[in-house]
Design a protein around this ligand. Structure first.
Ligand SMILES: [Zn+2]
Length: 267
């Protein structure tokens, strides 16, 4: 009976839970209220800083923050142009550089909580490189890929129960699913790679965001080439295990460049 009830619930939720990705217009499943994800994200952002304390006041920490504010402004402008500024209405932007030289990763939680691990900085290399990563991660967040992934995981692994129920019944498992859905999972031992479709969307939107912020989107090609090169080594960086790359990515990025360059040249 409980099962039947939850099935009916899921079907009802389906009726209103489909939203659209900015720019691509792809329909997606968002079962979890965004405000609930944002509350959870503010919590987890604090917790992760207890494990990996932020580096404060160094030139590279200041750089992450400087790029961050430019990208946040660009994101607001981009969403306003597309009539989607509601997507970030509850955002409280923060940009931290977390001390962990062995972790090659970065993420953006819903609500605009962004973290770079120090391990990704040699590949970011410069301000434009930081903008590439940040643009890509913000794109995942505003395209609500995390919500989509968590919704799918709740359906597949917990029979479609609501997030607040899942949190009550299986708090630790649910927490791990949440972190995995937002690309933080490696640190807690759960891996959930973004799909190719989501990656392409994040690349496309990310290029536009960095262009609006005044960074040359061509830098994205150089960044992914550096990332690919590192992947050829002994260990695959975390960033690549959650952001699966493929030989065609750089070709696809080149195809996306003209669209982004229009935004860049307007500046
Ligand atoms: Zn990605």
């Amino acid at each position: 009976m409980l099962r039947l009830f939850s099935l009916v619930g899921v079907i009802t939720i389906f009726a209103w839970a489909c939203s659209k990705v900015p720019i691509t217009g792809r329909k997606q499943l968002n079962l979890v209220p965004e405000s609930m994800l944002i509350a959870l994200s503010f919590d987890e952002y604090q917790k992760i800083q207890q494990t990996y304390p932020p580096e404060v006041g160094t030139p590279r920490a200041k750089m992450v923050e400087r790029v961050g504010w430019k990208m946040a402004k660009a994101t607001e402008e981009f969403l306003r142009q597309n009539g989607m500024e509601n997507r970030i209405k509850e955002f409280q932007w923060e940009f931290k550089l977390l001390k962990a030289d062995s972790i090659v990763n970065a993420f953006c939680l819903p609500g605009g909580k962004i973290a770079f691990f120090t391990g990704i900085m040699p590949i970011a290399q410069n301000e434009a490189g930081v903008a590439v990563i940040m643009g890509h991660e913000i794109a995942h967040a505003i395209a609500r890929h995390g919500n989509e992934r968590l919704s799918q995981a709740l359906l597949a692994q917990m029979g479609g129960i609501a997030l607040d129920v899942a949190l009550k019944e299986k708090p630790e498992e649910t927490r791990q699913l949440f972190l995995a859905a937002y690309g933080v999972g490696v640190q807690v031992g759960v891996l959930l790679p973004y799909s190719r479709k989501q990656e392409l969307e994040a690349d496309r939107i990310g290029l536009i965001l960095m262009a609006i912020a005044g960074y040359n989107p061509e830098e994205a090609i150089k960044f992914w080439e550096r990332m690919e090169k590192m992947a050829g080594g002994a260990s695959v960086p975390e960033f690549l295990s959650t952001h699966p790359s493929h030989k065609r990515r750089i070709e696809q990025l080149k195809k996306l460049l003209p669209e982004a360059m229009k935004y860049y040249n307007q500046k």
